[in-house]
Design a protein around this ligand. Sequence first.
Ligand code: 5RP
Length: 229
Amino acid sequence: MSDNPKRAAAAAALELVRPGMKLGLGTGSTAAHFVELLGVKVKAGLNVVGVPTSEATRGLAKHAGIPLTTLEEAPELDLTVDGADEIDSRLRLIKGGGAALLREKIVANASKRMVVIADSGKKVAMLGAFPLPIEVIQFGLEATKRAVVKAIERAGCQGEIRLRLRPDGHGLVTDSGHFILDASLGRIPDPEALADGLAAVPGVVEHGLFIGLASEAFIAGPSGVEHIA
Ligand code: 5RP
């Protein structure tokens, strides 16, 4: 196994790629390994196309020589490979640490299969230690934030909610022009209830709870790569 668990997980997912596949390309440092390894195969003659989940991944994929397409041209993808910030035993995820959760969720939902690649530090007994990213419209930010707090409380959670900032102190703007609220909840005992509650808040574009989307995961640790399906 590679001494880099993220790369080992990416290499395991690469084995699932077949000629002719339409692929969703995830975002983050683990997904970047997959893009790089896929690029090597493409240069060796593998025929695939990719839909990137962020402008950052678009840049990496172009650099790696992977032909790109869009969900307009390819509305159903064969396989998406993406990282995660947390993953539980039921393949429920927190995503969005890289601010790409909206496109990541659209691409995962458009895929027959979503495979998560991660190092073993991402495995949790209960979701919530990683702050939950919530993508919101810029208009009405304070009102949306209050409504988000109520939705969080109704789902049996509590914690601090912060606007994600850029290094210059301004609100970070996502690839789709929105802000991100990070909710530090500690524990999310009922992710489904929280997902439903957040989805019902006007101004919330999407949240980082990925439920029922991942079909399998490759989790790499010191003793090898675990396959969860
Ligand atoms: C980006 C994501 C990433 O997949 C997640 O943050 C994991 O990133 P990394 O592989 O760098 O740990 O959801 O929005």
